[in-house]
Design a protein around this ligand. Structure first.
Ligand code: HEC
Length: 448
């Protein structure tokens, strides 16, 4: 404890000690937020108020999940709701754990589509508001409430309208308590000609959201597998295929589901998972095929993580043609704490593409690279995937640091792969994309 080393006026000492206690309770160092309150005099109007500054941020970033009946554990709709949790909110947004979109802001590609992260300015506004004692402000400043979409609806419907095709898994009963279980029904798509997919969203039932741990789906034609349709794991919204590429939905196909239910205190009867597919018009032909594939890490082997131990593992991947990487989604369970994707160019240059250093198995996102920055790989360039595992008690999600952990399907086992959407190009396609990007850069330059 370094309380005695604080040199400050008596009023500030009091708040500093309080802030220090908060710091200790948090378990790590952070700026002493309460000191920021020492500035304004008592009768000045608060610089940051709930109604004017904070409520709009919560509307935009939090309320979709934090309202009565939604998946968040508490409502953040009114001043009274929010004030009760002010400290926790300040900590959680500063750590970038909420909104739940784990993706490092300081390395790699930052231009993403469907990005849920808040701006530094929004985060600072919340921190300052809590540090200033969470003042309400003028009720007249309160923004009008938002007209929320029905949680039973597809999220991507706001952008693309209702899906063209909805495929429903056969009904399944999941008990409230029990072992992990897997459900693999086969359902016809009803798609009669080859089509290109624009977007896909997998949607568990409203009651099943905390129980459907993952739900993958593949196409099958005449008993033969015909490509991956989609990957879903808790918290994920959807996948969007970039303009010009074609993720194929084959004619006369069936969808093979691979659903992993994880009994979690909810008794589900006749549960169904839905996959919504938005199709391009029949005449649309993407120039290049896009595939979604699982790329392993684990150095080509399995692994075991010892009790109270840590592990790092890597996977290396090359491609037969030039490619564009459209999205990246790490996958692991409770001992995975971080994953990165890098490119090792054939001339030896290494580039960080993306890093998630506060992984949470509760949330899975397909990080969709913006069209202008999606990484391009020549033949001979390598993708390096790296995963870090922590089986010690320092890992806040670790259910039991005394266990050996190996690779397996159960939630208590580990996994080590990433889902990556790749557009398979040729030399010509690669040159065209580079030229288009260069042209856009010039036209965006002031006066250009
Ligand atoms: C996509 C849904 C979603 C969004 C958006 C979201 N939350 Fe959450 N939040 C959850 C869920 C689910 C949990 C409980 C599981 C967990 O902690 O991940 C949670 C947990 C929390 C907790 C921890 C509660 C506790 O028991 O300690 C806080 C605080 C919180 N959220 C605040 C926020 C704030 C503030 C925002 C916006 C800046 C936000 N959340 C945005 C879904 C969401």
């Amino acid at each position: 404890m370094k309380v005695s080393t604080h040199r400050a006026g008596s009023r500030i000492v009091a708040t500093s000690v309080l802030a220090l206690l908060v710091t200790l309770a948090n378990g790590h160092e952070r700026p002493l937020a309460a000191q920021q309150t020492a500035g304004p005099s008592a009768d000045a109007a608060p610089a940051v108020t709930f109604t004017r500054d904070v409520a709009p941020i919560l509307q935009e970033n939090c309320q979709v999940c934090h309202q009565p009946g939604a998946i968040g554990p508490m409502s953040l709709m009114t001043y009274d709701d929010v004030r009760r949790y002010a400290r926790r909110i300040s900590r959680i947004v500063e750590a970038r754990d909420m909104p739940p979109y784990q993706y490092d802001a300081d390395v790699g590609i930052q231009k993403l589509k469907e990005d849920w992260r808040m701006s530094d300015e929004q985060i600072q506004t919340i921190i300052q508001w809590v540090a200033a004692g969470s003042p309400e402000g003028d009720p007249a400043d309160m923004p009008p409430p938002i007209d929320w979409p029905d949680p039973a609806e597809f999220r991507l419907a706001e952008r693309f309208g209702p899906p063209d095709v909805i495929i429903r898994s056969d009904p399944y009963d999941v008990p409230a308590i029990g072992q992990d279980r897997w459900w693999r029904p086969v359902v016809p798509t009803g798609i009669t000609g080859d089509r290109c997919i624009m977007a896909i969203e997998t949607k568990p039932s409203v009651e099943g959201r905390a129980v459907a741990h993952h739900a993958n789906s593949s196409f099958r034609v005449d008993g033969e597998s015909a490509g991956r349709l989609s990957e879903y794991a808790l918290g994920k919204v959807g996948e969007i295929v970039p303009e010009g590429a074609c993720r194929k939905a084959p004619a006369n196909s069936e969808v093979v589901f691979d659903i992993h239910y994880w009994p979690n205190g909810v008794d589900l009867v006749d549960d169904q998972v839905e996959v919504g597919i938005w199709l391009h018009p029949e005449e649309y032909e993407g120039t290049y095929d896009q595939t979604l594939t699982l790329y392993f890490l684990q150095g080509g082997r399995g692994y075991d993580i010892p009790p109270h131990g840590t592990l790092m593992t890597q996977g290396f991947h090359t491609f037969d043609t030039p490619v564009r990487i459209d999205s990246w989604q790490p996958h692991g369970h409770t001992r995975l704490v971080a994953m990165s994707v890098e490119i090792l160019r054939k001339n030896g240059r290494k580039e960080m593409v993306s890093m998630v250093s506060n992984w949470s198995a509760l949330w899975h996102h397909s990080h969709l690279y913006d069209d202008d920055v999606a990484p391009l790989l020549e033949v001979g360039d390598q993708l390096i995937l790296t995963g870090w595992y922590d089986n010690t008690e320092n890992n806040r999600y670790n259910p039991d640091p005394d266990q050996w952990v190996g690779i397996g399907d159960r939630t208590a086992d580990e996994m080590s792969h990433a889902w990556i959407a790749v557009t398979h190009l040729d030399e010509q396609g690669m040159e065209r994309i580079k030229a288009e990007r260069a042209a856009r850069l010039v036209s965006e330059r002031p006066g250009g």
